[in-house]
Ligand binder design. Structure first.
Ligand SMILES: Cc1ncc(COP(=O)(O)O)c(C=O)c1O
Length: 375
């Protein structure tokens, strides 16, 4: 079945009690045992599982082409659960421009866990090969990356990790691309992490995360334990909202991509713009790989404004339609000065604005950016 069909049907069942087409929200913490003391329907307590969560997990596994999925209460709860599965002394290879929050999880939450960590440029596969160690257990990549939109060749990276031995698991953060545009598991990556807060939920109204696996493996099973007993689980309503968002995901993501392409092309010609980072542009260093690996280039882009930080902040301040807010993947277009969000340790250029292109009409968005860029 195609992804548009799976997005609507996978994980859904007509409600056996009422024949409702849209699933009820199972606001129950607990489930009755049979007289024999069993749970014949598979649900016992909602931290461990719940029908709405199960439906979401089934759907996400199907649309990603995976074997199983786990839903969490946020995207960072996914990273936390995966890292929980590692042992002291294990080595992790992380993309150097990975979402800054993951660096914080590694440094602040797992600072005393005894992991060895290397941040590497994953677009340089020789560098990745050189950084692998006998103790490497996890390779965490994000493509396109945040906020410079660097593109990593997932099939080549998966091969490099496989060559290093069966204990090296690869995880791709697929938040920007979604399973509609990019298929990391088909490229040989072991697991995909999503902040479902973004495109998958799609309406800026629910925080969540998911881990999807291609095959049974120890890190996924440990993440399942961290989900059930660590307890960072999404509520039934959060799962219901996220699954509702998935229904329109394929159509939304294509519209986001079309709008972003138009905006990237216009920004590239603007005299106040120093650089545009969008993998759909032919001059983007990752364009050839993105063209092969993605079915379209997504709704995220960033650009650097001539004149430094103050000029960039002034452009964001003049926007009337683009909302100055963090996050991405919703219907509203958002703009943000990324270095301010990331704080003093940010490695992001000070004149960079990151844009999540929404579903408004592209002409209206372009008019807004043109007036904001004019001095
Ligand atoms: C690429 C990426 N991964 C993970 C996360 C973390 O997700 P959440 O905010 O749902 O915890 C974010 C959040 O912005 C993100 O942009």
């Amino acid at each position: 079945m195609r992804i548009e069909t799976l997005a609507v049907h996978a994980g859904r069942h007509i409600d056996p009690a009422t024949a409702a087409v849209s699933s009820p929200i199972y606001l129950t913490t607990t489930f009755e045992r049979s007289p024999e003391g069993e749970y014949p329907l598979g649900f016992s307590y909602s931290r461990e599982n719940n029908p709405n969560r199960r439906a979401l997990e089934e759907c996400l596994a199907r649309i990603e082409g995976g074997k199983d999925a786990l839903a969490f209460s946020s995207g960072l709860a996914v990273s936390t659960a995966v890292l929980h599965g590692l042992e002291p002394g294990d080595h992790i290879l992380v993309a150097d421009d990975v979402y800054w929050g993951l660096r914080r999880v590694i440094g602040d939450i797992f600072g005393k866990a005894g992991f060895e960590i290397s941040y590497v440029d994953m677009t340089d596969l020789d560098g990745v090969r050189a950084a692998l160690r006998p103790s490497t257990r996890l390779v965490w990549v994000e493509t396109p990356s945040n906020p410079l939109m660097k593109v990593t060749d997932l099939a080549a990276l998966a091969q490099v990790a496989r060559d290093a031995g069966p204990n090296v698991m690869t995880v791709c953060d697929g938040t920007f691309a979604t399973p509609v545009l990019q298929r990391p598991l088909d490229c040989g990556i072991d697991m995909v992490a999503h902040s479902t807060t973004k495109y998958i939920g799609g309406h800026s109204d629910v925080v969540g995360g998911a881990l999807v696996t291609r095959h049974d493996n120890y890190l996924f099973e440990r993440a399942r334990r961290a989900q059930r007993y660590g307890g960072a689980v999404p509520s039934p309503f959060d799962c219901w909202l996220t699954l509702r968002g998935v229904e329109t995901l394929p159509y939304r993501v294509r519209a986001h991509s079309e709008n972003a392409m138009r905006i990237a092309r216009c920004l590239r010609e603007h005299p106040s713009v120093e650089a545009v980072h969008y993998p759909g542009l032919a001059e983007h260093p990752g364009h050839a790989i993105a063209a092969r690996q993605m079915s379209s280039f997504g709704g995220m882009l960033s650009f650097q404004v001539r004149g430094g930080k103050d000029a960039a902040m002034a452009v964001a301040a003049r926007c009337r339609l683009f909302i100055r807010a963090t996050s991405l993947g919703g219907t509203h277009s958002l703009i943000e000065h990324r270095a301010s969000v990331e704080g003093p340790q940010s490695r992001t250029p000070q004149n960079l604005l990151r844009v999540s292109v929404g579903l408004e009409h592209a002409d209206d968005l372009l008019e807004d950016l043109q007036q904001a860029l004019q001095v």
